[in-house]
Design a protein around this ligand. Sequence first.
Ligand code: ADP
Length: 482
Amino acid sequence: MGNFFITIDQGTTSSRAILYDNRINKVDISQVELTQYYPKEGLVEHDLEEIWNSVVFCVRELIEKHSLKPEEIVSIGITNQRETVALWDKKTQKPLAKAIVWQDRRTAEFCKKLKEDGLEEVIKEKTGLLLDPYFSASKMKWLKDNLNLKNKSDYLFGTIDTFLIYKLSGGKNFFTDASNASRTSLFNIQNCKYDEDLLKIFDLEDIQLPEIKENADYFGETELFGGTIKICGVAGDQQAALIGQTCFESGSVKSTYGTGCFLMLNTGKNLVTSKNKLLTTVAYKLDGDITYALEGSIFVAGSSIQYLRDKLNFFNSAEESEKFALEADPSSQVFVVPAFTGLGAPHWKPEAKGAIFGLTLNSGINEISLATLESVAFQTKELLNAMQADGAKVNSIKIDGGMSNNAFFSQLLANTLKTEIYKPKDIETTALGATYLAAIGSGFAKQDDLKDFWNMDKKFLPENNLDQKFAAWQKYLKKLIQ
Ligand code: ADP
């Protein structure tokens, strides 16, 4: 058996491959940025050829740079942007259209019509998701109609994991995993199978769908890198981060702060239906057992800091936001609602726009930087409140993503949430999670062994109480979306 793992992390803005050693420590990384196509207002596309070439390039670069032989690689893990839909020719493996990315809103009208037809409740009950263009099914329907696809044996639909597995295996394996399948809107979370009623609702009864595997499983093998390498672990990005943070116990929570923020609570075998507009999803399926999660997503987290950097020219690097916030007038009552691309959970107001409130002649870069970091903590508080209202008991949260490098922000989170915050040494938890799955799937490690792999970097304990500021911020937010 080999000594290394390679994990493919196919994200929205880039494709990466990460090399790990047999202690699952990161050795090296290769990364390629992806072109974002915005052909019209509300449309977001990716070029599938570009995705494929970037993935092959990254894996090959690692193998060549480290002179790895295929037999030295235990297995490949895959994690990916979720919900994005790929369509390709079954025989030639060539894409038949650009991928429709999760952010794409082109099917808003179709989803609205389904709502008017009274189908929202049944979709919510079966899928655990909301009726929204965000998820894959309406995007598949759009492609089927607009490309006038007729003969179902000619083409294949899949999420990005499926597209990569199909291509890596040379067209042999048409597979997905339970976490990715649970974001399609075609998957019944009760029994972990595609659902006839959902296929009918989305007019997709006549398409071929990938077989749903467990997260640590045999997904086939690839011969593309000079020999045979198995693929043994697959999960969608947020579920992979939950696994990478070893949140295996019911009640454990991770929160990822990248472009947006994704809070995910492991609810164990309990399928919790949210009364507060959170999503219910499959966290993972291992050894025949399904573990569920509650998920809340905020569209804007780190991108608000990017906005201060790139549009308001406050600083040259996102890290500097920490220094400016530390110098803010502590009595400042400036509030930011960073609804640049609408508001996600628990409001789901796609039309909302961002705003700054409470400016005085004393409000400068420092105060607005502080208010922006606070706004991300306050939004997290809303998600946590929603989870608690749904019955969750949360004592601590493990954080990751680029913004978790900001110690001031992490402390702010502990204060706002009145919860202990833990930051691991390796904040690339998405890739780490897929590697853990590849380790389990190849028989290299057991789920119980993985806790020993998680290393803490810093712990933040609640200090000051921010209740009053949070209440004031909520008032402004309500005013904005009324
Ligand atoms: P993604 O995976 O979504 O591309 P990352 O996890 O790489 O995101 O995080 C990048 C985001 O985090 C950027 O939006 C950036 O503005 C923000 N960010 C990175 N470092 C810091 C920091 N020290 N303080 C505040 N924000 C940061």
